[in-house]
Write a protein that binds this ligand. Structure first.
Ligand SMILES: Cc1ncc(COP(=O)(O)O)c(C=O)c1O
Length: 469
């Protein structure tokens, strides 16, 4: 542990009140089941009969509310602030377009994501380009278009110098740093602040003919539920900015605190639900802005504060509707089992999160709750979506909804055995729009190529073919 932490002042422990109904699936969780009958006015039955089951459903109104609330929380405490939506979390064009309409910039980590942002009309100077690997072409293009490019390693510093030489001008760049954290740092990315690597690299950039250090970036991890970790990172980043700014021709122009702000999803093994424990945007903003106000001088231009939220904006804006395919009734000693038409290939975050699962659609029977394990349709033992969940008695054909499914499920979904389902966006007037069509499994084989000696149809017509082919 670094001396940084030993020097930290004593902090009074804080007691937080948690309402009992938020305590997940404990013995006390006998509350009535919430049933998802409609999504912002579009009924579950109508959605599933029109677009098929399973179905991802994105709520436009929630997306807008989340990004407005997130930005407002920060702007109330610090200015200027930029929210750059982290595309990797869910890069469906319609999702990104809604967030851009709300003023969010794009945070991308590949040329592919960069293209989506450009196609949506996002100007180059409103794109933050991160990631551990930026190929020469996409790096050169991003620098030429005035994007905020955060260099991740000395290799990338050299690559950016070559790109600047080609452009024939000096270009501003950012530098990604990592630092020791109490909960274990993500140190695969960026230059290390504790061992002097970050400072050396910053000086190297400062001395470069082609580059100018304009920003510092730090991404702590994902689902970081301690706002204090952001406060500590902001403090160290601001101090580094002051050190580097002193004597430089221009001060550091932006401090980018990355993403990682928790949504109300609940991790496996977490006692309290995420809804009860996830900090609010205001709590994160308080920690970050508080640290910046403490370190940065009161007068003069302040660096822009950039935030790259992903899950905190989109997770709660989506749900997945699915249908029960078969039911194995439980015994008093053993829970029952449900097989759904949605599996881990389309809900990959069930590996880490205990996704909230509730009944959906029209339910005439409720009855006393039963305990079920919940499985997908894949022929894999690992296709388990919930190992234990209480639901009203289920029969084949019943509908269910996985809540808070917007982050990392669609972008990480796999095509396996079946095609991936459609995605619809329900607008605030309750109209459903297909924003990604379901994959047609027959088209999945279209790009396969069969060598001639394996082609049964060709062999049948080839008199020269050796016997047996
Ligand atoms: C650099 C960077 N910024 C932002 C994010 C978004 O993180 P989250 O979705 O946890 O907010 C990530 C995710 O890994 C990231 O690597």
């Amino acid at each position: 542990m670094s001396s940084e932490f030993r020097r930290r002042p004593y902090e009074r422990p804080a007691l937080t009140r948690h309402p009992l109904e938020n305590l997940g699936t404990g013995a006390w969780a006998h509350r009535p089941f919430p049933v998802v009958q409609d999504v912002d006015g579009a009924t579950v039955e109508d959605l599933l009969s029109r677009f098929g089951s399973p179905l991802y459903v994105i709520r436009e109104g929630v997306l807008r509310d989340r990004v407005r609330a997130f930005r407002a929380a920060f702007e109330a405490r610090y200015r200027p602030v930029t929210v750059a939506y982290s595309y990797k979390t869910n890069y469906l064009s319609a999702v990104c377009a809604v967030l851009h309409q709300e003023g969010a910039w794009a945070e991308v980590v590949s040329g592919f994501e960069y293209d989506i942002a450009l196609d949506l009309g996002c100007p180059g100077d409103r794109i933050v380009y991160n990631g551990p690997y930026k190929d020469e072409a996409s790096l050169g293009r991003a620098l030429a278009m005035g994007s905020l490019v955060n260099l991740d390693s000395m290799t990338e510093v050299l690559r950016a110098e070559t790109a600047a030489q080609r452009l024939g001008r000096r270009v501003p760049v950012g530098m990604r740093v990592n630092m020791a954290q109490e909960e274990g740092a993500w140190d695969k990315f960026g230059l290390n602040l504790d061992n002097g690597q970050a400072l050396d690299t910053a000086r190297r950039i400062g001395a470069s003919e082609g580059l100018r250090l304009a920003g510092l970036h730090c991404h702590l991890g994902t689902y970081v539920s301690d706002p204090g970790a952001y406060g500590r990172a902001a403090e160290r980043l601001a101090r580094l900015a002051l050190d580097l700014g002193a004597g430089a021709e221009r001060p550091i122009e932006y401090l980018d605190l990355g993403g990682g702000y928790a949504s109300r999803s609940t991790l496996h093994g977490q006692l309290l639900s995420g809804a009860a424990t996830a900090p609010t945007p205001g709590q994160y903003a308080e920690a970050i802005a508080g640290a910046l106000h403490e370190v940065l001088p009161e007068t003069g231009a302040r660096p822009r504060l950039i935030l790259e939220p992903g899950r905190a904006l989109v997770d709660e804006a989506a749900l997945m509707l699915a249908t029960v395919l078969s039911v194995r009734e439980g015994t008093p000693a053993e829970s029952g089992a449900l097989v759904l038409d949605a599996g881990v290939h389309v809900l990959p975050t069930t590996t880490w999160y205990r996704m909230e699962l509730v009944p959906a659609g029209v339910r005439e029977r409720m009855g006393p709750p039963r305990e079920y394990s919940v499985h997908g349709p894949l022929p894999l033992d690992a296709d388990v979506l919930r190992d234990r969940v209480r639901l009203p008695p289920m029969v084949p054909g019943d509908r269910v909804a996985f809540l808070d499914a917007g982050a990392y499920n669609i972008s990480q979904s796999l095509q396996l055995v079946r095609g991936r389902p459609a995605v619809v966006l329900v607008d605030p007037a309750g109209r459903a729009h297909v924003i990604r069509e379901a994959e047609d499994p027959r088209r999945l084989a279209e790009r396969d190529r069969l060598p001639a000696h394996l082609d049964a149809h060709a062999a049948a017509h080839d008199p020269e073919a050796p016997p047996g082919t």
